[in-house]
Design a protein around this ligand. Structure first.
Ligand code: NAI
Length: 346
């Protein structure tokens, strides 16, 4: 269902990628933030000459950072677009449509390769490409600082790769060369697609984690009503960091097999309890979110209507209004009390 556009193995390694394909190409990084700074430095340390790399950045602290690290920086986006053979689009997703469509697209070469690190704007067709251009996704699954430190340690990092539009006939090969240059094929880059990446990201954000927040709220209220103290509940449920440790072990050892570190009572309760639950209602709810909110573009359309309000102050900003509502739940009120009593002790 979420197959990539190309015939491919499931993962790509250094041996699948030819860095030579990048020889003589001008590689422009639009953005030198979280991902831009990490990927540009990794690429240069992989042997791409500094003179082949250009950072396109508005004059701000990120531009100063790029200069201090020895990169050539161009603040005139039209000039940067005109010389780009390869363009990494590494500015925040919400500003990409305006900046790319208005300031880059008109001057970009017909055979340029555009590299995105998140599927959203491509899956929802918010960026305007020429059919002759290549559009590839090289999407690290971790924050930029880890992309850099893992590279410096000689290690790879999980990354999704795909060719979304193959205008030149060699989009995937270019994507793999770029993945290798930023250090993503060392541990195996995963063949994916903008559709798959967007579906999984938005599903997690709109279905899985909202349910987890809801479950914690309900659990908190039930135990509070049963007489458990706010202090005990907050520590038991998350402030001890036990859930964080469990997820770390799940990543390292196995989603379920990490339970072997728990007591027999705990293991039995969790293994047996999970199998006793009827997941059919939640499954139907999950499918509804995936098909009728994420994949059909409904969320994207609705979000674009409120996007400009995210710059506002106070409750006119929809995010602030939502935080205010969550702060008023029994869990929110209790946690605020616990934290203020804790602060008084420090
Ligand atoms: P960021 O927030 O660190 O971007 C900062 C950069 O964007 C700076 O160079 C800044 O000058 C530029 N910028 C910000 N607003 C601008 C505007 N209005 N006009 C022109 N330039 C502007 O971005 P980040 O987090 O590195 O994200 C870049 C891409 O990487 C996004 O597509 C994101 O989804 C993706 N990604 C991000 C990850 C992360 O850990 N943050 C992980 C994997 C992918």
């Amino acid at each position: 269902m979420f197959e990539s556009n190309c015939a491919h193995p499931d993962s790509y390694y250094d041996s699948d990628a030819d860095l030579g394909l990048l020889t003589g190409k001008k590689i422009v990084f639009l953005g030198f933030g979280n991902q831009g700074a990490a990927q540009a430095q990794n690429l240069r340390d992989s042997g791409i000459p500094n003179d082949s790399i250009l950072v396109a950045n508005r004059p701000d602290s990120y531009a100063e950072d790029a200069k201090s690290k020895g990169f050539h920086v161009e603040s005139d986006f039209k000039k940067a677009a005109a010389v780009a053979d390869i363009l990494f689009v590494l500015i925040p997703d919400q500003v990409q449509p305006r900046v790319f469509n208005e300031e880059f697209a008109p001057s970009l070469k017909d055979n340029a390769t555009i590299v995105i690190a998140s599927g959203y704007n491509v899956f929802y067709k918010l960026l305007n490409f020429k059919p002759s251009q290549d559009v590839v996704m090289v999407a690290p699954r971790m924050i930029g600082s880890s992309v850099r430190t893992l590279y410096e340690k000689g290690k790879g990092f999980p990354c999704f790769v795909s060719a979304e539009q193959d205008g030149t006939g060699s989009a995937l090969k270019t994507a793999l060369a770029l993945s290798r240059a930023i250090g993503a094929t060392k541990a195996g880059a995963i063949a994916s697609s903008a559709r798959e990446e967007t579906a999984m990201d938005l599903f997690a954000e709109q279905a899985l984690w909202p349910n987890i927040i809801m479950l914690f709220n309900q659990a908190f209220e039930v135990l509070q009503e049963a007489g458990c103290s706010d202090e005990a509940l907050c520590y038991e449920m998350w402030m001890s960091k036990e859930p964080a440790e469990i997820f770390e072990r799940a990543a390292e050892e196995g989603f379920v097999t990490q339970l072997k570190h728990h007591s027999s009572v705990s293991q039995f309760g969790q293994l047996n309890g999970a199998l006793q639950l009827d997941g059919s209602a939640i499954r139907a709810h999950f499918k509804d979110i995936l098909y009728n909110q994420v994949l059909n573009g409904k969320f994207c359309k609705e979000f674009s209507k409120i996007e400009q309000d995210l710059e506002k102050d106070g409750d006119a900003n929809p995010l602030n209004a939502l935080y205010t509502k969550h702060a008023a739940t029994p869990l929110g009120v209790a946690e605020a009390g616990v934290r203020s009593r804790l602060a008084g002790l420090l």
